[in-house]
Design a binder for this molecule. Structure first.
Ligand SMILES: [Zn+2]
Length: 97
């Protein structure tokens, strides 16, 4: 099976990027209380797991394509909170296209 980019415009929020890139949600604690951070981390991990099950692997893309400020919903967790969106790509089985 060969992996190919199936979505080259997968823009995620900073929280999601942190977890996708570093598998690290500790940064959430800075902006949220401990309990809230746990809920948020869980929400993001669920979203990532679902995308990986249904669509493909999320990989960090080109930081040159980041959007410093956007009000579009995060492609991963769906937050509508305006802020930075980071470029990621979805990798999937190219044969399915
Ligand atoms: Zn997100």
């Amino acid at each position: 099976m060969s992996l190919a980019i199936i979505d080259d415009d997968f823009m995620v929020c900073t929280d999601c990027l942190m977890i996708i890139a570093n598998d690290d949600a500790s940064g959430l604690d800075y902006s949220l209380g401990e309990e809230e951070a746990e809920v948020r981390e869980h929400e993001i991990l669920e979203a990532i797991a679902e995308i990986q099950r249904e669509e493909g692997q999320i990989a960090v893309g080109d930081s040159g394509k980041d959007d410093e400020f956007s009000s579009s919903p995060c492609a991963c967790c769906g937050t509508r909170l305006a802020g930075a969106r980071h470029h990621c790509v979805l990798l999937g089985d190219s044969r399915e296209r």
